[in-house]
Design a protein around this ligand. Structure first.
Ligand code: TGC
Ligand code: FAD
Length: 386
């Protein structure tokens, strides 16, 4: 889409290079096949190696651990370009990077970092993140998964629900309550007896992404797999969400940009009443509104990224950006769907896929309501949760 406000000038050469290389990869390797992946409800597993080669797993982490040591603006741009392709691929990268590699980096021991992070950066080890439970979604502090101290480690019992990558992951970052009701994080390896993952079928959103449930039945986790720095309970898990929500703000904007571009081109080419539908005032109003919201998102996300890089961003800022991007991207996808008429419901035109995906993106990593309430608590100083 047109860069009306010369925002491109705000990016460094490295940031532009990363954006362009991810864009090329998505155009060449993802877009030609994604409609079929979505239809068949399959994640494009062959892309994992290519995503790793681009350095997109744990890209903000130090090179010592296999990261690319990039800044957060570059990570945001990568998420934007991945989700311009499909929210499922961006989800995959978010989960691996922000929800699995980040907690090991931030809360793990040196031994854990050396053992897991370099192999996660190459995609040799895939991770998943288990916070949500069948009866604990928006309120993760009500989780019932238990971690009981036993000789040499911990016994985990419980269930996790709606877990991205669950069935292809060889490790899961599992959050569980100990005997003192403190939420702790554990690196649970697939090979540990008592760990089971099952795919959730029949999704009409994020079909090109794997989602599953996890059962933990007397699953023994050795002490060396406990994340040692997660003593601040739920705050540690929420800290991971902040990193992932940041990427989602950029990602949802990427999906919105794709929908806008498709709708604009379609409106110029589609003739009705002897004229391109782009000539009708009501269509122009929709296109102008879509463009307007994308420009606002771009500026907000960029400023947030610069604050992340200066270590000045708060989780409230991230909530606002995630809330804004998901809400507006979903509206933009629906407007684009309308502009395409009947073609808007066909996978061939991509818009309905983005629209359906964004329904999940709007809900996961904190629902729209939750982000309103996080911001509401910040503004008023009053928590609506307690
Ligand atoms: P509250 O009292 O507000 O906070 C507890 C402590 O945590 C701190 N905190 C945060 N820290 C870092 N980042 C954040 N985002 C934080 N939010 C809160 C807070 O300062 C406090 O610290 P302290 O030291 O004062 O104790 O806790 P609460 O229980 O009232 O929390 C409510 C709420 C709404 C904030 C929280 O529970 C929430 O965010 N709920 C939504 C749950 C959620 O987002 N789940 C996501 C699951 S993972 C997922 O969806 C992955 S999708 C994967 C994909 O991309 O495919
Ligand atoms: P609920 O919490 O039951 O909410 C239902 C409705 O009630 C929502 O509209 C909500 O906003 C509203 N509501 C709840 N409480 C309040 C309140 N206090 N005030 C006002 N409204 C309220 N989780 C993981 O841990 N790891 C993953 O990898 C993961 N991947 C996911 C992938 C997909 C495709 C999806 C759809 C979800 C995934 N999730 C994951 C789970 C996701 O984080 C939760 O679905 C989300 O946090 C909402 O929880 P819930 O579905 O239980 O809804």
């Amino acid at each position: 889409m047109e860069d009306l406000f010369y925002l491109e000038e705000q990016f460094t050469t490295e940031e532009k290079l990363i954006k362009e290389s991810v864009r090329r990869f998505v155009d060449e390797a993802l877009l030609p096949h994604i409609a079929s992946n979505f239809e068949k409800a399959e994640f494009p597993l062959t892309l994992i190696e290519k995503v790793a080669a681009l350095g997109l797993f744990g890209m903000t982490l130090p090179t010592d651990y296999g990261g690319a040591n990039t800044n957060y603006v570059a990570y945001g741009l990568a998420c934007q370009e991945l989700e311009r392709g499909d929210s499922g691929l961006r989800s995959f990268v978010s989960v691996q990077s922000s929800l699995c590699m980040y907690p090991i980096f931030a809360y793990g021991s040196e031994e854990q970092k050396q053992r897991f992070l370099p192999k996660m950066a190459t995609g040799e080890i895939i991770g998943c993140f288990g916070l949500t439970e069948p009866d604990a979604g928006s309120d993760p502090s009500s989780m019932t998964t238990r971690a009981t101290k036993v000789q040499g480690g911990w016994r985990l019992n419980g269930a996790k629900m709606w877990i991205t990558n669950a069935t292809i992951a060889s490790l899961a970052i599992i959050w569980a309550k100990d005997e003192n009701e403190i939420i702790q994080g554990f690196i649970v390896e697939k090979k540990f007896p008592g760990f089971k993952a099952l795919e959730i079928k029949h999704k009409l959103s994020l079909r090109a992404s794997i989602t599953g449930e996890i059962a933990l039945e007397n699953c023994f986790v050795p002490e060396e797999n406990r994340l040692v720095q997660t003593k601040n309970g739920l705050g540690a898990a929420l800290g991971c969400l902040t990193k992932a929500r940041y990427g989602i703000a950029w990602g949802a904007m990427g999906a919105a940009m794709a929908c806008y571009d498709i709708a604009l081109q379609y409106a110029k080419e589609r003739l009705q009443f002897g004229r391109p539908i782009a000539s009708f005032q009501l269509i122009q109003k929709d296109l102008a509104n879509m463009f307007n919201e994308i420009v606002k998102m771009q500026m907000l996300n960029l400023q947030l990224g610069r604050l992340m890089d200066a270590d000045r961003a708060s989780y409230v800022m991230v909530s606002l950006a995630k809330m804004n991007a998901c809400k507006e991207a979903l509206k933009i996808a629906r407007m684009a769907r309308n502009i395409l008429g009947a073609n808007g419901i066909s996978l061939e035109y991509h818009v309905i896929r983005h629209m359906n995906n964004l329904e999940s993106v709007f809900t996961y990593e904190g629902t729209d309501n939750m982000h309103h309430l996080i911001i509401g608590k910040h503004i008023t100083g009053i928590s609506s949760f307690k």
